[in-house]
Structure formats: C-alpha cells, structure tokens
Design a protein around this ligand. Sequence first.
Ligand code: FAD
Length: 245
Amino acid sequence: MQIYWTKINKIIEETPEVKTYMLDCPEGFTWEEGSHTHFALAGFNAGEKPNRSLIRHMSISTLPHENSIGITTRIREKCSEFKTILRNLEVGSEVAIFKTHSNVPLKRENKNVYLLSSGVGLATFRPIVLDYFESADNVNQIHSLNIDSSKNYLFADIFETSADKKFTSQFVDNRKDYYEQVKNLAADKDGLFYIVGSDEFLVQNMEILREMGIKSEQLMLDKRKDMLDDFLTSVYEKEMLENTK
Ligand SMILES: Cc1cc2nc3c(=O)[nH]c(=O)nc-3n(C[C@H](O)[C@H](O)[C@H](O)COP(=O)(O)OP(=O)(O)OC[C@H]3O[C@@H](n4cnc5c(N)ncnc54)[C@H](O)[C@@H]3O)c2cc1C
C-alpha cells in the first residue's frame, strides 16, 4: 500500500461549520469522480499499528484537472480528536492519503441520474456533476436533492439548476420535504439513484425507493462490494420475503 504524504495548500470556509482542505497532488496520484480516500493526520503510522483515531474515510470533492485534492468536512464545536487536530492545521501542514477508490463513478447508461445526499454528502457528488458538465455523453439528465438542516447549502455555484445542462439542483432543510421529493423522483422507474450519507440515511432512502418499486440494481452506494451486498440484502430481503409469501 502506498501512502502519499502531501501538504495543505488552501483552506476554504464553505460555511461556518464546513471547510474544504485543498491538498497538493502528489506525483503519480490520480483519481476518478466519486472517489473516497483514507485521510490521515501526522503520527497515524508512528506506532506498531496504525492509530485509527487519526484516520477517516473522506470523499474527494474535486476532479484531477482542478490540480488539488479537495477534502470537505463539517467540524462542529464538539468534535472528535481527529477533527480537533484538523481544525488547527494550517496551509503547509502535512497530511497523508492512501487507499483511494471510487465505488460511485458516473454511470453513462442513457438514464436519468438522481443524486440523493445529506449535508456534506454533497462533496461526493461535486466531481460527479463536474464530470457530467464536461461531457453529458450517455447521461440523460441529473437531478440532485440535498438535505441540510443548517440551511447553509454547499457548492451553490455548481449545484445550480440549468435547463441547458439538463441539471436540476434542489436543497431542502427538513425531512418531510426531503422524503416527499424522494417519492416524486422515484416515479421514474428506470432511473439510477445514488445515495450518500450516514448508514441510517441510506437505509431510510432505500426503504422508500424499494416501496416505490426501485430495484436494488438501480442503487449506487459508496460501499465496497462485500459490504454493499450485505447492505442491499438487509433492506431488499424484506421484499424478497414478502414476494415469497
Ligand atoms: C466512503 C466514505 C466517505 C466519506 N466521506 C466523507 C466526506 O467527504 N466528508 C466528511 O465529513 N465525512 C465523510 N465520511 C464520514 C467520515 O469518515 C467521518 O465518519 C465523519 O466525518 C465523522 O467524523 P468524526 O468521527 O471525526 O466525528 P465528528 O464529525 O467530530 O463527530 C460526529 C458526531 O459526534 C459528535 N461528537 C463527536 N465527538 C464528540 C464529543 N467529544 N462530545 C460530544 N459530541 C461529540 C459530533 O457533535 C457529531 O455530531 C465518509 C465516510 C465514508 C465511509
């Protein structure tokens, strides 16, 4: 496993609680849209075993041509040791990234794509949307729906509805509106549904989509294949059991 040590070159205050850490691209490091990485702080590998409290999974919120690796995260006042350290890092501080992979690349299958996210989950979708803006080949249209109770909506310059680009962006600040809209979107029985958020959020979305007749093959979740199968089965086996009654 190759560990890439790199430096923070810019810190963007996206909202009062959300920051994007821009990292220099180490030589030979590349990624595709929808990627996540292991983001680690100095000292994580100083002992015999890696110190997990200094490592977090993070999506990469930029594309390679932006020439920086973007890591977007929410840092609340009460936060973990990891975020307490991160909050105090400055431009020039060293961090590490390793094991980078995309489970959710943009599928170009001539379908409508729905991006469902909660809060900073939108960071995973930013490069997917940019990739689509660069080339809409074999994608019918994209619709993003994000719920953020803080009402400080992220990446508003990119997540802006545009009829020309066949792109719709919706932000809501409460669950009632959010799930009502998910049901509306699920009227498209042939769409592809990407979901990013906490496990609880994924399950709630999947249950609604399943009830609306969306098949597990139409879902894209940021999970490894083995974990994905367990996850899908946990929601969709109910359907299988119901069908065998
Ligand atoms: C594939 C994948 C991609 C991901 N991508 C991203 C990403 O792009 N951006 C991102 O931010 N996260 C991402 N995550 C989640 C990320 O890995 C972390 O789990 C998440 O950011 C929470 O970080 P944290 O554990 O440091 O806790 P925090 O964010 O600090 O805290 C989590 C919650 O616990 C509470 N809490 C924590 N410590 C305390 C305390 N001492 N006292 C009281 N309350 C406390 C906080 O208020 C908060 O509500 C991703 C996860 C996966 C699996």
